[in-house]
Write a protein of this length. Sequence first.
Length: 588
Amino acid sequence: MSQLGQEEPVGTGRLLLTTAIIGVLFAVWAYWMQPGSGKQQPKQQPAKEATAAPAPPAAITAAPPPAVTATEPVQAASRQTVTLENDDLRLVFDNKGAVLLHAILKHYKERDAKENDDLVSPLSEAMGRYPLRLLTGDETFDAAANGALFHVEQSTREKGASAVTFTWADDKGNRVKKSFSLPPSGYETGFDAELMRNGKVQPETPVEWGPDLGRLSAEQAKDHYFQQACAVMDKEGQYERVLRKKVDGAEEASQQAKGPLVWAGVSTNYFAALFIPDKSIAKAQVLTGAVAADMKKVHPADSYLSLAVDYPGSGKLYLGPKEYSRFKAMGGVYFRLLNWGTSNFGNAILNPVCAALLFVLKWLYGICKNYGLAILLLTALIKLAFYPLTQRSMVKMKEMGEAMRKLKPQVDRIKAKYKKMPKDMATRTKMNEEMMALYQREGINPMAQMTGCLPMLLQMPVFLALFTLLPTAIELRGAPFFFWIKDLSVADPYYVTPILMGATMILSTKMTMTTEMEGMQKALIWVMPLVLVYWCLFAPAGLALYWLANSVLTIGQQYLINRQVAARQDAAQRERKSTPKGPSKPSR
């Protein structure tokens, strides 16, 4: 019988055997569980990923993890281009910096051009500065990210949209990701951006569009009717436009635009490139730089403009034409991009008029298949629409003018009578009273002529709308008329339509003038046609064609009015001659 504390030969052997087995198991466990073991590595991968997850705020404050653990290097082995394409748009990307090399519009090109319009300016290649590059303000970081070769992954998303994702990361906690998706049609491109710097995820990714937008020709650079690139934005329902600054030297001029901004972008006369994020843009920066002399061959202007925005993660880009129907369907104030009014008040008046005129113009084009003919027909329709309003007032003006012409000798005698008297207020008052007495005696209201201006004032919104619409309508870009007019969106190369327009306006003026017009009044009537001729010399041919057609129709209308007035006067004269003089005096 064994007692407690006594050693038993059999129990000691078992103890030694158990100890040996435990030692072997411990050695095997230590070997399999060491970090360098290849067989155990898959089981340790989740634990390794867990260490890269962000720590709670308290842990970050106490001991922030090294940035090197936040990212693993990701980059491509070689440089390559990637193309996304649909029925309307072709986008070509470069994986160096994940930037946009070309944004080609399949349905738009300049007349006689071999290639379609590209919204990426040739200045980008000349400067090595392409749209959608990073612009954080940290030159070292920006140089590294924009010069990096991004890893490329292409895919197809729902509804047939083609997509590409560019990813780059280093071992210092820096990571950039840009994703693009293009639906089967349209000009809207899905755009998502992610940025991590020094191991910290950034809420916005600063990206830039520019320099400028599309190709600028030498003719467009000199054309005052052509809107060069400017920054545009929607500031919570208020449309704003920021023009470029004048710059001297190599340093760029900066203009800050504080948000929140619903969207922001760059716009020209006919096209726009817009950032449209899901969340509002906190701030934007408009940069203006001087164009170097050796780069004016590709961009014949003194300056260029670019726009940098703090892009808040996800959203889309609009890269396409400025079409009213498309912008109207998008809602908001996108239609303001057409610049139909220089202010919110002016736009509220002109926008519905411009929209109606554009609708009729396109409808007429659908009938005659020529925008020049459509402009002529539209001008005739406007004349017909206002004819009842203008006819009566113009007849009154003509009749009053004739009546004033007959009274001119008497008016001249009154003026001559008081000309020799002292030139003081009393003399002038007496002269005016005598002239008013003459008008009352003859049944003439000299102020009645002013009523003829009322129809003109009522037509002013239409005139202003056409003056605004025709130079900016993308429908007229490259549209021919006949003979020497090959493009209604540029000036008449031989100035035929402006000169003819001036001649017809002078003829129309002579038909409406009365002999009592003199001094400044007569000078203004002759100066107006000359001013309009000067404007139309450099205006788009479509606008000059409208003014010419309007002047010709005015001549025809004035001819009918003159005949009507003459017929009334003849009838009145015959009536006076046929009216009995009364009973004759009895003879004595």
